[in-house]
Design a protein. Structure first.
Length: 133
């Protein structure tokens, strides 16, 4: 149509919200990451990305399973419908071996099948920074 996409913006709504139980962690702490997704878009893919300060990232593929470095893999595909969903992505006790530093988790929703590395495809995103001591 000639509406320049405004029709879709007015009626398609996608919201992503990242929820961490703390902003600072140390070995022995409980680390919980939930992603809340609400979409009335016909079909979206959800990506959950762990970003490192050095520019590298990893996708959360499933609980305790991460992609290889700088490889975007959807956490959940073909999500649709009007109901809000909460995904319990990580729930673990931090052990020795996690390097200390600054990190961020991103939740990114894109139209199903589109490239998540192209920001133009993002329907919505959220991020939370945290520190590991």
């Amino acid at each position: 149509g000639t509406d320049g996409g405004l029709f879709h913006l007015a009626f398609d709504s996608t919201n992503v919200d990242i929820d961490l139980n703390q902003s600072e962690y140390k070995v022995g702490d409980s680390f919980k990451l939930n992603v809340n997704l609400n979409t009335d878009h016909y079909s979206v893919d959800l990506y959950v990305i762990l970003a490192y300060l050095n520019g590298y990232f990893q996708s959360v593929v499933s609980t305790q399973c991460f992609s290889r470095v700088n490889h975007a893999v959807p956490y959940h595909k073909n999500i649709g419908g009007a109901e809000a969903q909460t995904f319990s992505v990580l729930d673990e006790v931090l052990t020795v071996g996690h390097p200390s530093g600054e990190y961020a988790y991103y939740g990114i929703a894109v139209k199903t099948g589109t490239d998540p590395l192209d920001v133009k495809n993002w329907l919505d995103f959220d991020w939370k920074n945290y520190t590991l001591r």
